[in-house]
Design a protein around this ligand. Structure first.
Ligand code: FE2
Length: 412
């Protein structure tokens, strides 16, 4: 007897299986045709996978597009300036309402865990308090992991380092940073060292916005990997974006990527944002700006795709659908073989869960969280980005969507 059974789902590897959940935990993945359950979901051959996970987002800024004005240049730097204007006038209630609305979008699409950077460059820590409140309110159905993110610079913004520490004291989970936005490369390197030392002292993870530029000489990921090793943080550090690697000299990258692998630093490119924010100063050809995903993976680096932004000062579109993210990611990275497309699906489900330290997966003993897709396999899911027929979070059904249908009405 189980509390919930998903019957006849197709797993990502093509096996057909029933999944039995007891309480909040997967108890069996097998032929459970003779078993009973309080709730039965008939998957009938539809794809069943672990939930989607977004390892890089900005929940404090989401759904604020156009406030107080639109980003005219489309650049990262104008977006930072615009957010600086908005955070002077936004209220805590507005931030909470928008974040909760986004979490509803997320859950409806099977996105059950988000790592969100939260801007700490504000004496009041308004955003930090707002996101801690949101984290508490969504905890029953969505894992929200918060990163203390000094948006205006660890050293460049007055008091930023102390505010990161205050945010961590208040319960924020991960140490963040933005070395490419410091005044000098030297300040950037110093901020990487400070972030790693702080994380080592407190036993925390690190996730830095790192080398988010088209500058082929940006070297902060090198420093991050070296500091990870020096501080003994292997397996707990992530470099987000790493877009400069797109433009780096191949000889240098041939040394850099093995260093990242040695340090067990994970990489999180954000395809929708990288393809629109980078290359803005190029004429033609315009660089794509996304980091070197297949090459990092081939070296053994853990790489997951993030969403980064949905309708905010940096990006006008987005819907919380991680399949949009993977779809863009596999295009930009030229990952179009069947094996690579299956990998792209994992890069928005299992791989980001691993980076965030979450116990998701369709195996006995793992958390009872999953999504039933209106598609037979991961590649069709990427092609169609179909309805999430049923979303289960820790053993509870939290969202259902009817399959899309179309009736042709003329000339047939
Ligand atoms: Fe970001």
């Amino acid at each position: 007897m189980f509390d919930l059974i998903v019957r006849g789902g197709t797993l990502a590897d093509g096996r057909i299986a029933d999944i039995g959940i007891t309480g909040d935990t997967i108890a069996a993945v097998d032929d459970l045709s003779s078993a009973e359950a309080g709730t039965v979901i008939e998957a009938a051959g539809d794809l069943v996978t672990p939930p989607f996970v977004d390892p890089h987002f900005h929940l404090d800024a989401t759904l604020s597009y156009g406030l107080p004005r639109i980003n005219a240049s489309g650049t990262l730097l104008e977006g930072i300036g615009l957010w600086g204007e908005l955070k002077q006038i936004v209220t805590q209630d507005e931030m909470i309402d928008r974040a909760l609305a986004y979490c509803d979008w997320a859950v409806s699409q099977g996105l059950l865990a988000i790592r969100s950077h939260v801007d700490t460059c504000d004496d009041r820590l308004l955003g930090v308090e707002a996101m801690l409140e949101v984290r508490a309110r969504v905890r029953p159905y969505l894992d929200l992991q918060l990163v203390a993110f000094p948006q205006d610079g660890w050293y460049r913004a007055p008091g930023a380092e102390a505010q990161v520490i205050r945010a961590l004291d208040a319960g924020v989970d991960v140490v963040g940073g933005i070395p490419h936005f410091e005044r000098t490369m030297a300040d950037g390197a110093a901020s990487v060292r400070a972030a790693c030392e702080l994380a080592a002292d407190r036993g925390l993870r690190v996730d830095l916005h790192c080398d988010e530029s088209d500058d082929p000489n940006s070297r902060h990921i090198e420093t991050l990997a070296a500091e990870t090793i020096r501080c003994g943080l292997q397996g707990r550090v992530t470099g987000s974006h790493l877009t400069s690697m797109h433009s780096m000299d191949n000889y240098y990258v041939a040394k850099l990527i093995p260093l990242i692998a040695e340090a067990q630093v994970a990489a999180i490119p954000n395809p929708l944002i990288n393809i629109t924010l980078q290359g803005r100063m190029d004429s033609y050809p315009k660089r794509r700006g996304m980091t070197r995903v297949p090459e990092l993976r081939a070296a053994g680096v853990t790489v997951a795709f993030g969403q980064d932004c949905v309708r905010d000062p940096w990006y006008p579109l987005g819907s919380g659908d991680m399949l949009d993210v993977a779809h863009m990611g596999l295009h930009v990275a030229l990952m179009t073989s069947p094996e690579q497309m299956r990998t792209a699906y994992q890069m928005v489900t299992e791989t980001p869960a691993q980076i965030m330290g979450l116990d998701f997966g369709l195996e006995p003993g793992k958390r009872g969280s999953l999504v039933v897709m209106d598609a037979p396999d991961p590649i069709e899911a990427l092609r169609l980005r179909p309805a999430r027929l049923c979303v289960v979070s820790d053993g509870r059904v939290v969202a259902r969507t009817a399959p899309q249908t179309c009736t042709l009405t003329a000339g047939f």
